[in-house]
Design a binder for this molecule. Structure first.
Ligand SMILES: NC(=O)c1ccc[n+]([C@@H]2O[C@H](COP(=O)([O-])OP(=O)(O)OC[C@H]3O[C@@H](n4cnc5c(N)ncnc54)[C@H](OP(=O)(O)O)[C@@H]3O)[C@@H](O)[C@H]2O)c1
Length: 344
């Protein structure tokens, strides 16, 4: 019989639901290949209610209820708590998955939710960059004290194995810097503008396919990219860095004329994220740059992302994630879960 592990989800939006679908899809494989069974005992949302069932919620029913716009409360076998801190203390689970919206400035309320879960004896897995940049050291330390894990593979480059790569496969290596394209939305917008759309037309298209938010400033002004740079520097280079400390320029200043001029010269504009040590300390930057075909960034199209790492033992190691989405982010959460269980 597979060993049953109880999970709770804080957040049930794009990523939370994609994770629920992945658990349903992978259940037979997890049981046969790893002897693992994952039962979701609780889900809480912002405005779609909450549900707890210590025996396990019916995930298909939860997805249906959410889709019809109803509250999850109808699925609960206990009085569902209305906010996340009480929910965590009430829900019987070994793992808490935190998938609520990012707060780039303070990382809240996710930071507090994660502290509560670790204090309550749960391993924590998040896709949220906020608590990584604003609480990496404190949360990792708290997890260690509790004999638990705080994992966040999906926080940068969705399901691509970035943080786990530096745990085991790259043991003994030191990260000196990196350069990449880490924001899908701006990469898509720049590509559309290269193809002749105006900035507004590109934004409208991005909104129509759900890539661009109603208020696009988080992406367009480089905040999402900056928080990813801060997360990589903090967790992989061991230097605590906030998004506000990243030298940040977005893509608002890039005009169709500039894109056309670059194209004539055989180059492309990309929103480049980078960090490297310099004699004056760490330089972390998000800025639009012209890149030529000799750069690996040149061929990164659409919503794909790429990061090239410079290590003391490997001068250039690149990872490309082709067309990510909530499903790939969900895989990052599953990979963290299985890594905590140390399944082989
Ligand atoms: N989308 C991606 O592909 C992707 C990729 C990498 C990382 N991420 C990160 O993953 C996280 C989730 O992204 P998403 O796209 O799933 O966001 P989303 O669709 O906006 O979903 C957020 C979920 O959190 C719930 N929520 C909001 N405030 C809450 C609170 N105080 N307590 C409990 N639940 C709360 C929302 O409730 P309602 O359902 O009632 O609105 C919703 O269910 C974000 O931090 C994001 O940066 C996303």
């Amino acid at each position: 019989m597979p060993k049953v592990h109880r999970l709770c989800l804080v957040g049930f939006g794009n990523v939370g639901q994609a994770f629920a679908r992945l658990l349903l899809k992978k259940a037979p494989e997890l049981a046969v290949r790893y002897g693992v069974s994952a039962t979701v005992t609780g889900i809480i949302t912002g405005s779609h209610g909450a549900a707890i069932n210590p025996e396990g919620l019916n995930l298909e029913a939860a997805l249906d209820v959410y889709e019809t716009g109803k509250k999850l409360d109808a699925l609960s076998t206990v009085d569902p708590p209305e906010e996340a801190q009480t929910f965590i203390r009430t829900c019987p689970a070994e793992f808490m998955f935190e998938v609520t919206p990012v707060d780039p400035h303070r990382g809240q309320p996710a930071l507090q939710t994660i502290k509560t879960a670790l204090s309550a004896g749960m391993h924590v897995i998040t896709a949220n960059k906020g608590p990584v940049v604003h609480g990496y050291q404190a949360l990792t330390e708290l997890a260690k004290q509790q004999g638990l894990r705080f994992m966040f593979e999906s926080a940068v480059m969705d399901g691509a194995p970035i943080f786990s790569l530096f745990r085991q496969p790259l043991v003994g290596a030191n990260l000196l810097g990196f350069e990449g394209i880490l924001n899908s939305c701006t990469n898509l917008l720049l590509g559309l503008m290269e193809a002749g759309k105006t900035f507004e037309e590109a934004l409208d298209y991005g909104r129509s396919i759900g890539i661009t938010e109603t208020d696009p400033s988080n992406d367009v002004d480089g905040w999402d990219a900056a928080i990813k740079v801060a997360a990589l520097v903090t967790a992989l280079m061991g230097i605590p860095l906030t998004p506000q400390e990243v030298d940040r320029t977005g893509i608002r200043g890039i005009t169709p004329e500039m894109l056309a001029e670059a194209k004539l010269a055989g180059e492309r504009w990309k929103l480049v994220c980078s960090a490297e040590h310099s004699p004056n300390g760490l330089v972390a930057r998000v800025s639009p740059q012209r890149v030529g075909p000799e750069s690996p960034l040149y061929a990164v199209n659409g919503t794909s992302s790429y990061c090239q790492f410079k290590l003391d033992v490997l001068p250039g190691l690149g990872i490309l994630e082709y067309n990510p989405g909530p499903e790939t982010t969900a895989y990052g959460l599953l990979a963290d879960f299985l890594n905590i269980l140390e399944v082989q």
